[in-house]
Structure formats: C-alpha cells, structure tokens
Design a protein around this ligand. Structure first.
Ligand code: HSE
Length: 404
C-alpha cells in the first residue's frame, strides 16, 4: 500500500480523499496503485467527518513519517504551500498539486529539487481542471514538436462571456449573478483580469516548448472592457467572444498572450460555452487536436490530482521526466505580432473617410447601434494598430482582436 498525505481539506483536498476512497478498488485493478490517505493536514478539525481521526495540524508529523511517500498539496496560494512542497521533496517524498500559482511562480525550482532527490513533482490539475492536458503534452504528444497552444482555460470568464451573449446582459450584472451562485470568486480579479489564464498558458507553454516561460512576461488583458455592444457586433459577424490564452512558436520565436478574441464559428473554440474549458494544440506531425471538458470543480479537479498520485505511486524511486529547462524563454514583443482588429468607432458610418485614410481599406460592420459603427482592419502589427488608433483621437470606443 502507498501512504499519501493531503495538505488542505478544502474543495480540492476533500475531493482527492473522495476519489481515492470511492475509486480505490478500480484504481488498484486498473493501475496497480494501492492508495490510502494516512493524514490530512488542516488548521481546522472536522468532527463527524470520517477523516477526523487522520487530521493533523503539524506538518512535521507528515515529514517525519517514512511511510508517507506521496504528498498532495491542495492548499493553494504560495505560502506555506511552497515551503511544505520544498521540504517534502527534500525529504524524498513525491508531491502533486493543483496549485497553478505555485507552479507558475516556483515550478522551475521545485522541479529541480524533485529531480535532485529522485522524486516527482506533478501538476496535471493546475491547468484545465479535470481535462488531461499536461500528461498528454508530456507523453502522448512526445513524438510531436508543438507549435501552438490556444486555450479557453478560465471557466469563470467563459461563463460570464457565454451568459452575456445568450442573455444580452452587461458584464457587471452577470458577474454579480455568478458570484451569488458561487461560480465566481468574491474577489474575481485574478479571473476577470486574465491573471489565472496567464499563469496557465505560461505553464503549458513552458512544457510544450521546453524552456521556462515567465508568466509576468505574458501580455495579458481581461474581459472587463467587453460590453453588450461588443457582443452585438460579434453576433452580427457570426463570431463568439472568448478569452483566449495562446502561445505560438515559429522557429526560435515564441509569442504568448491572453486577451479577449473574436472567434469565427469555423473554429471549434467558438463552441466552448459556460464553465467548460478547451485547449487546442497543434503539433507538426499530429496537426490539430482539442482537449475539452470540466475546467474546474471539486471532483473533476481531484480526478486530475489523483491521476498524478497514481503515476507517482507507479514510479516510486525515480523522478518522472516532467517540466522544462530552467533557461528562460524570451518572448517576441507583442507589438511585433500581426493580426486583424475589430474596432468600434464613434460617429456616422457615412463619415468613414477619416478612418479609411488612417487604416486603409477596412470592412465596415454595423449592428444598429446609435452614433457608432464598427470596422475590421487589414492584417497589421499591434504597434501599427496603436499608431493608427492614436490618430483617431479618442473616437475609438472599443477593440477586439480577431483569431486568424
Ligand atoms: N478560477 C478558475 C476558473 C478555477 O474560473 O477557471 C480553475 O482553475
């Protein structure tokens, strides 16, 4: 039997205990891993809960117990998750986690520590919740050179954008409702400003391209500027608005970005709605593949965490090859990247000469909104767009990039 200890009995931690205990026999039969939860570390007690007898409040109990081979970190945040993870790895215990913040900030160092101590540090649940994406990138797609990852990797923002589209509601109204229903955090900044998606694309890109992508280098915009007007134009264009987290590699150059995009209906990402996530991957041999499913939630996320526990139990005594080279991956400045832009501008469409004199031949989009119209620019760089937009002196009401 392989003893595990779960750090944090919150949503994901209690889900991990549930998965291990509910599916113990089927996991054993399918994988040979005979798992049990020996300890749960939490500040709280859980009277009446079957795990109460296994609750400990002191991490040293876990560190000092040689029977514990796998530590499951589901505490979230940086501290004390970082120091507990580091100490567990140094003590020769495998660690797995759902903590994207910790992986994005300290993953490189923790992977090195794991390798140095012949143990594994795995984090399948850090991106895409229950969707298998990290293991496929590490193993199933090992034969490919990956050159693009584009994901809808944040359920909260996808839920908000879907609801704004389906029910013609404004951002604030949907956010409030999502908070009341428990779909959005009380402090939604990390989700709606794109920071959560940014950490996830940095982790996925580091894995796919092999060098450390620093999430603070990834240009990030959230969805707070999207209004019902943008949604109306999107409908007219037959496109969907999605918060995309993407990275592309061409030769030695890697681009990465998080921003709302207009996605044409011919793209499968346009059909990913509600809290669902999807990650599109392009490989040089594989071509296109898309991974779709539950991007969050107790059982789905716990299922991904336990997939790591199983792999670690199967590979005790060695470090599973995972992660990336500590060398930093420089990113191409976003200003140099090219695309088309949809722009909302104040004024009458009959007076569009000025717009055309600045942007060249544009295609006009009208959505029956008073005193404004929209247009799509030719393919141009971000820097070129900014230069042109500045010439229209405050007449621009909004802009969304178009996925090409
Ligand atoms: N806040 C995240 C989301 C949870 O909305 O997708 C899963 O990482």
């Amino acid at each position: 039997m392989v003893a595990t200890a779960v750090l944090g009995y919150g949503t994901v931690g209690s889900g991990v205990v549930k998965v291990i205990e509910t599916n113990h026999d089927s996991i054993l039969e399918k994988t040979g891993a005979d798992l049990f939860v020996k300890y749960v570390l939490d500040l709280r007690d859980f009277p009446g809960d079957p795990i109460q007898e296994r609750v400990v409040h002191d991490f040293d109990v876990i560190i000092n117990d040689p029977e514990v081979r796998i530590v499951v970190e589901t505490m979230g945040g940086i501290n004390p998750a970082y120091s507990f993870t580091k100490r567990a790895l140094e003590a020769g215990k495998c660690v797995c986690t759902s903590n994207k913040e910790l992986v994005a900030n300290h993953g490189t160092e923790l992977l090195e520590t794991a390798r140095a101590h012949q143990v594994s540090y795995l984090f399948e649940a850090s991106c895409g919740g229950g969707i298998p994406i990290i293991r496929p990138l590490r193993t199933s797609l090992g034969a490919d050179v990956i050159d693009e990852i584009t994901g809808i990797v944040n359920g909260t923002t996808n839920y908000i954008l879907s609801k704004m589209t389906e029910e013609d509601l404004e951002f604030d109204v949907v956010l409030r409702e999502a908070q009341q229903k428990g779909y959005a955090e009380r402090n939604p900044e990390a989700d709606v400003e794109g920071h959560d998606a940014c950490r996830k694309i940095a982790i996925l890109s580091s894995l796919a391209y092999g060098k450390r992508v620093d999430y603070t280098d990834v240009y990030t915009e959230g969805i707070t500027k999207i209004t019902s007007a943008e949604v109306r134009y999107a409908r007219t264009l037959g496109m969907s608005i999605k918060l995309l987290a993407y990275s592309r590699k061409e030769g030695d150059q890697v681009t990465a970005m998080v921003a709302p995009y207009l996605v044409p209906k011919t793209d499968p990402l346009s059909f990913v709605n509600g809290v669902f996530n999807a990650i599109f991957v392009h490989g040089n041999m594989l071509g296109d593949a898309m991974f779709y499913g539950q991007g969050a939630g107790k059982e789905a996320t716990a299922s991904a965490v336990v997939s790591d526990v199983i792999e670690e139990a199967q590979t005790l005594g060695r470090s599973v090859m995972s992660g990336w080279n500590p060398e930093k991956q420089e990113l191409q400045p976003v200003a140099e990247t090219k695309k088309q832009f949809f722009v909302r501008v104040a004024g009458d469409v009959r007076d569009r000469k000025e717009v055309e004199s600045v942007f060249g031949a544009v295609s006009v989009v009208q959505a029956d909104l008073p005193d404004e119209y929209g247009f799509i620019t030719p393919v141009m760089t971000e820097a070129g767009y900014q230069e042109c937009a500045a010439k229209l002196e405050g007449r621009i009401l909004g802009m969304i990039r178009i996925r090409g």
